[in-house]
Design a protein around this ligand. Structure first.
Ligand SMILES: *Cc1c(COP(=O)(O)O)cnc(C)c1O
Length: 490
């Protein structure tokens, strides 16, 4: 802040000091010697005490006692400032440089405000749909909200059938069950993703093979997929399915990926948990595979607090998914089961939240895209940082605005994340690739080329706060913080 209006020297009068306090409204003055060298803070209370002890308004501040005020060294973090204020229960912290000169004043107000990565953002009608469910006592799983949520989502993305489930993970699991993936089968999956993309392969006792990303979209490399399919074709053991993940709101390059799957006759499952609302060449993300899945987890672009959806063109898949997701009850008057079922159906209450959220999806997409553009502009002239690219065939929701440091930067992504976190901004590293995870260390991995792209993205990537309810001021604070740290360290 501008501190010129609150710096005062000992030869000023009490009257002048009170005047200055009045005008600034900050409740504190900075007593300085020559050349702005900081001595101590002076408050209303300090001056009133002197007056009560008999000093006159025309006397100077020479009578103010000497004391050492708590100061914050220049280049301290927001976290350090907050901790110092909390420890000494003070509301103002003068910032001093290496020569003891005061250069800034940090206020307590607002300093503890943390900027989060991605938080739920409710619209106007979620509550109405939920209240309707209460009013009509449709509290059980299933009910009119579930049916309507399925119909409305299917219509929105242009799918024939949609099945509302308890989570995106459950949807991937059911997709593999529908595709008859069983023990010993192989399933290919993008490596640069959240563990929930791969875990269901393990639930089925199948064997994951992990595929690298390409630099253009950060998503599955068609080149690596081609080599992996060719290798397994030669061995005579083609995968039972390929799970392609759409990262951070952006579709993978579906044209060549789907063509490769067709060529080898392998069904494609599209994990669009992060990309609801995105498009690939004008067609909705999630509708390219035999089966697509979405997630409505709390941090996703729209949320039901927890939930998922399976979409497909295949009516028999949709019917079978509903059957399996409700404990696989045979049509019989008693409880009879011929296959293993699951309790995976979304509740009518949560589907009500989902219906409200679906109504504002377009606005959420637009808000997140605007945040991405803001970061893009802020970093446009910085050689050391690049935003996640958006190829011309992609309409990304930018669910998460991700960026990467260039190869010759002097810090890694996780280091930048740490420094940004010290400013009370929740940034995250890019997903740690699945082939680097201890639990999947045994899995076969196909890199994009001689080098692994996903390893590099993990090492240099950073996910920035992207919630659709973030104000542009907060986005600017994030961008300025990243710039300040990067210019100093990268
Ligand atoms: C969130 C997520 C999932 C899992 O969705 P849940 O609804 O949390 O089970 C799966 N894959 C990816 C890529 C995700 O980001």
């Amino acid at each position: 802040m501008d501190i010129s209006g609150i710096c005062i020297t000992r030869d000023a009068t009490m009257r002048a000091a009170l005047d200055m306090l009045d005008r600034s409204g900050l409740g504190v003055l900075l007593l300085v010697r020559d050349a702005q060298v900081f001595e101590r803070t002076v408050t209303d209370g300090d001056i009133r005490r002197l007056l009560l002890e008999g000093a006159s308004l025309d006397q100077t501040l020479a009578a103010v006692s000497e004391k050492r005020s708590i100061v914050l060294p220049e280049n301290s973090t927001r976290r350090e400032a907050l901790e110092l204020m909390q420890k000494h229960t003070i509301d103002h912290l003068p910032v001093v440089d290496a020569n003891g000169r005061v250069i800034d004043l940090v206020e307590r107000r607002g300093i503890d405000e943390q900027i989060l990565l991605s938080t739920p953002h409710m619209g106007e009608s979620e509550r109405d749909f939920v209240e309707e469910a209460f009013r009509t006592n449709w509290i059980a799983p299933l009910g009119p909200n579930v049916d309507a949520f399925e119909t409305e989502l299917a219509e929105m993305v242009g799918a024939q059938h949609a099945v509302a489930l308890t989570s995106g993970t459950a949807a991937i699991h059911l997709a593999l069950v529908l595709l008859d993936v069983g023990p010993g089968d192989t399933v290919f999956c993008s490596s640069l993703t959240f563990a929930a993309s791969v875990n269901p392969i393990m639930y089925q006792g199948a064997v994951p093979v992990l595929i690298d990303s390409e630099p253009e979209s950060w998503n599955m490399s068609p080149a690596a997929l081609g080599r992996a399919l060719e290798a397994s074709h030669k061995k005579g053991c083609l995968p039972k399915a390929v799970i392609v993940v759409n990262l951070y709101g952006q579709s993978a390059d579906m044209g060549p990926i789907a063509a490769l799957c067709d060529l080898y006759g392998v069904p494609l499952v599209e994990d669009a948990a992060e990309s609801l609302g995105a498009k690939y060449k004008g067609k909705s993300s999630g509708t390219f595979g035999r089966i697509g899945i979405y997630s409505f987890n709390g941090n996703k672009i729209i949320t039901t607090s927890g939930g998922g959806m399976l979409v497909t063109e295949d009516k028999s898949f949709a019917e079978r998914a509903r059957f399996l997701a409700t404990q696989a009850r045979d049509p019989a008057p008693h409880y009879q089961h011929s296959v293993v079922g699951y309790n995976y159906r979304m509740s009518n209450i949560l589907a009500g939240v989902g219906r409200g959220q679906l109504k504002v999806l377009d606005r959420r997409v637009e808000a997140r895209r605007a945040i991405y553009r803001r970061y893009l502009e802020a970093f446009a002239n910085e050689h050391w940082i690049q935003m996640m690219p958006e190829p011309e065939w992609s309409f990304s929701t930018h669910w998460i605005s991700a960026a990467r440091l260039v190869p010759d930067a002097r810090i890694t992504g996780p280091t930048l994340v740490q420094h940004v976190s010290d400013e009370l901004i929740e940034a995250r590293p890019v997903w740690k690739p699945m082939h680097l995870q201890p639990v999947f260390a045994h899995a076969l991995y196909f890199p994009h080329g001689n080098d692994s792209v996903s390893d590099e993205l993990f090492e240099r990537g950073i996910c920035l706060p992207s919630g659709s309810n973030l104000s542009m001021e907060k986005v600017d604070r994030v961008a300025e913080t990243v710039l300040k740290i990067g210019r100093r360290l990268a």
